[in-house]
Design a protein around this ligand. Structure first.
Ligand code: SIN
Length: 281
């Protein structure tokens, strides 16, 4: 495939754009990279179909958008620390991405995005859903926006990694859970401003956000629950159906996502590369 005629097809009113006419395994010129970045910023997730991509080419593509992020909880698990194989086998009772979340937000500078490549895709099911957090913020009342401005949320990996999370049992993709594992905690603004578009968005998620700074978890819970549910309202969401060779490249600042569990008796294998981000402000 040559990079000659780039076309962009919008997936929904809430976000997502499928880009055709780009072979991401090739050297991409700056114009095409600029177009992908602009589309990502505007539509929150970009998708490509029918790509042939080995790990080296996937990483080279990711590097056009930033440094590769090494996930602290998968470090030392696979052969290559820059890659996480997101694997689900028949019979698994748990899997990566099973709750609405943005990735790795316990980190002081969470990844700006992730590039997920479909290697072994079930004949049905296993879609990924995304929720646009610009829309979630915009839909709040002025009163709620005022309440949230200046509020910071505490993000921790205590619920998803480490021995206490108990997530490795029944899950093919394992994370670090040895006695040397340590929790990582960071506080980020509940309403974050996108560093490239300048737009405000909601920045809390079910996998990592444990409360508000200066409040107990019990005090935080009612408002947090409201924000979590609000952020996933159907009208903010869109859904991607995978095929072998598909790519989803999401903006991890402006979206949350969830991997659906309906893969039946089939295997699902994806290769993920994350891209470094900045400190939320
Ligand atoms: C993830 O949450 O990074 C994985 C998403 C998916 O497998 O669809």
């Amino acid at each position: 495939m040559r990079n000659t005629h780039v076309e962009i097809r919008l997936l929904s009113g809430a976000g997502g754009a499928e880009i055709s006419g780009v072979d991401v395994a090739r050297e991409l010129d700056d114009d095409i990279v600029g177009k992908i970045r602009a589309t990502l910023n505007e539509h929150c997730v970009v998708f490509f179909r029918d790509q042939e991509l080995d790990a080296a080419r996937q990483k080279a593509f990711a590097r056009r958008f930033g440094e590769i992020f090494i996930h602290p909880n998968y470090k030392g698990i696979g052969d290559d620390p820059e890659i996480v194989m997101v694997r689900r086998e028949p019979g698994d009772t748990s899997y990566v991405g099973e709750d609405w979340h943005a990735d790795t937000t316990m980190w002081p500078e969470p990844p700006m995005g992730a590039i997920l490549y479909g290697i072994d895709v079930p004949p049905y099911g296993g879609d990924t859903m995304f929720a646009n957090q610009y829309l979630a913020y915009d839909a709040l009342s002025e009163g709620m926006k005022n309440l949230l401005s200046g509020l910071r949320a505490v993000h921790s990996d205590i619920m998803v990694a480490g021995p206490q999370a108990g997530k490795n049992k029944g899950r093919s993709t394992k994370h670090r859970d040895g006695a040397d594992w340590r929790e990582t905690r960071s506080a980020h603004p509940v309403v974050r401003t996108h560093p490239e578009t300048g737009r405000k968005m909601l920045f809390v998620n079910a996998s990592y956000t444990v409360g508000f700074e200066g409040m107990t978890e019990t005090e935080s819970r009612p408002l947090l629950n409201f924000l979590m549910e609000h952020g996933n309202r159907p009208e903010f969401t869109f859904r991607f159906h995978w095929q072998r060779g598909s790519i989803a490249f999401w903006d991890n600042r402006s979206t949350k996502h969830i991997a659906l569990g309906d893969t039946g008796p089939f295997r699902r294998l994806m290769r993920r590369v994350q891209i470094c981000g900045d400190q939320p402000a």
